[in-house]
Write a protein that binds this ligand. Structure first.
Ligand code: ATP
Ligand code: MG
Length: 293
């Protein structure tokens, strides 16, 4: 089953697309099968993956509103090493059309069931808005990765995003969790950046990735060549950061899995063994993990 990660922040220019393209490429480099979905009408993730958004015969719009099969719309981002469900200005119409469509929140989630076994990771680039496209990404995802630029207004708007995530969890997608907060374009010489970073750690603790993406001009240059940073300048600080992020993400996922498995195996003996003589056993609630810690 694919792990679906929505990369979201309604604040513009915080590094969503840069993180999507380079995380997808870094995960591909570890031999994992990856699909990148461009859900932004700007089509920056498409262009940054080396695919011309004007030349693609179909886009994520046609999957969500035209009923086209996902596999028929996906293209290979050959240089980048992953598959791409492209996005372009057609998605502007999707924002409006989805409003009056049935199953409007779950169009993407339903479509992705077609390719669930094809990939280990599906990464979704969202537009800088909490619109229906972003809602579709959040409804489809298991985890949300939130890029945050450590500057004065960084935390403004974060509570609106967290509220939206909570609403989606309470309605269409109970399994949704915050995958992690990623500090982007970080400049350690800037006192304010360090202050905001400290605040993030204080408020969100381990939810903040240890990996920090530095401000690095090579990351800004790579998209104009249509290749991820790993292909453009493997030795840059930007490349190292996104490789480290992929490693951290995989490690966290393994840790989560180990905890879930340990809880499940703790629960099995309780559920399997009969209650001791003279006890009803009802208070044990068979099937529930013995320990929640
Ligand atoms: P939008 O909200 O418009 O979709 P975004 O959140 O996707 O924007 P990006 O497009 O990834 O943000 O980044 C905004 C700009 O900053 C781009 O020009 C990008 O090349 C540049 N950029 C992103 N990350 C870095 C970095 N770590 N160092 C230097 N430049 C960066
Ligand atoms: Mg973007």
């Amino acid at each position: 089953m694919a792990r679906i990660i929505a990369v979201t922040n309604q604040k513009g220019g915080v590094g969503k697309t840069t993180s999507c393209v380079n995380l997808a490429a870094a995960l591909s480099l570890t031999q994992r099968r990856v699909l990148l979905i461009d859900l932004d009408p700007q089509g920056n993730a498409t262009m940054g993956s080396g695919v011309n958004k004007h030349d693609v015969p179909a886009s994520a719009y046609d999957v969500m509103l035209g009923g086209l099969p996902v596999r028929s719309v996906c293209v290979k981002a050959a240089e980048a090493g992953f598959d791409l469900l492209p996005g372009n200005s057609d998605l502007t119409a999707a924002e409006v059309e989805l409003l009056s469509a049935d199953q409007r929140e779950s169009r993407l989630r339903d479509a992705l069931k077609q390719v669930d076994g094809d990939y280990e990771y599906i990464v979704i680039d969202c537009p800088p808005s909490l619109n229906m496209l972003t809602i579709n990404a959040l409804a489809a995802a298991q985890g949300v990765l939130i890029p945050i630029q450590c500057e004065y207004y960084a935390l403004e708007g974060l509570s609106a995003l967290l509220d939206t995530i909570e609403q989606i969890r309470a309605s269409v997608n109970p399994q949704l969790t915050i995958e992690g907060l990623l500090r982007t374009m970080f400049d350690a010489r800037n006192n304010l950046a360090t202050e905001v970073s400290d605040q993030l750690l204080e408020h969100f603790g381990d939810t903040v990735y240890r990996t920090i993406v530095p401000r690095n001009v090579r990351l800004a240059e790579a998209p104009s060549h249509g290749i991820p940073i790993i292909g453009y300048d493997r030795n840059s600080r930007g490349a190292h950061a996104y490789l480290a992020l992929a490693g951290e993400l995989i490690r966290r996922e393994k840790e989560m899995l180990a905890v879930t498995q340990a809880q499940a195996s703790n629960a099995v003996p309780e559920a399997a063994s009969p209650p001791p003589a003279g006890e009803s056993g009802l208070q044990d609630e068979p099937g529930l993990p013995a320990s929640q810690n």
